[in-house]
Write a protein that binds this ligand. Structure first.
Ligand SMILES: [Zn+2]
Length: 161
């Protein structure tokens, strides 16, 4: 029997006072992409593998982030699963004698969100909606189509007058 899934950390914090001066690799998973959008659903947490090192008065952090999402294809309207990867995460943080910890959570979250495609596609070869009868109706994209139609009609009428 599997243990009930462990609660993921919700903050990614580096304890500067205990950081190895030679630098450290930090690995884990942090649940911080708290999007609540109909078309963009994260699942699991951000898997991270980061190198952290204090150099002079700066903490340098760089590495790789991954987050799984369920997205809706902008061509065919189907849900599909994908992994958003940031492989060049790099941030620096000011340190002084009083700094005991650095919180990375918001930078990690923002990096993942910036990497989300504006027009997700389930497959580069996706041809969009070919057989409408075979497709489940999806009102979310129909709403956009209607707006487009109305705009086209208005433009036509405008051209006639
Ligand atoms: Zn598609």
């Amino acid at each position: 029997m599997a243990e009930p899934s462990e609660e993921l950390e919700r903050e990614l914090v580096i304890d500067v006072s205990r950081l190895d001066p030679e630098g450290e690799i930090l690995e884990g998973e942090v649940d911080c992409v708290d999007l609540d959008e109909e078309l963009v659903k994260p699942f699991g947490g951000v898997r991270y593998r980061l190198r952290a090192q204090a150099i002079g008065s700066e903490l340098l952090v760089s590495g790789r982030l991954e987050q799984d999402f369920e997205l809706v294809c902008s061509r065919c309207g189907r849900d599909f699963d994908t992994t958003i990867v940031v492989d060049d995460f790099a941030e620096s943080y000011e340190l002084d004698e009083k700094t005991s910890e650095i919180v990375l959570t918001s930078d990690v979250r923002d990096s993942i969100i910036l990497q989300l495609p504006s027009y997700p596609v389930c497959d580069e070869a996706c041809a969009g909606i070919e057989m409408e009868s075979a497709m489940p109706a999806d009102d979310r994209w129909n709403a956009l189509d209607k707006i487009e139609e109305q705009r086209a009609e208005r433009n036509q009428n405008h051209g006639k007058s």
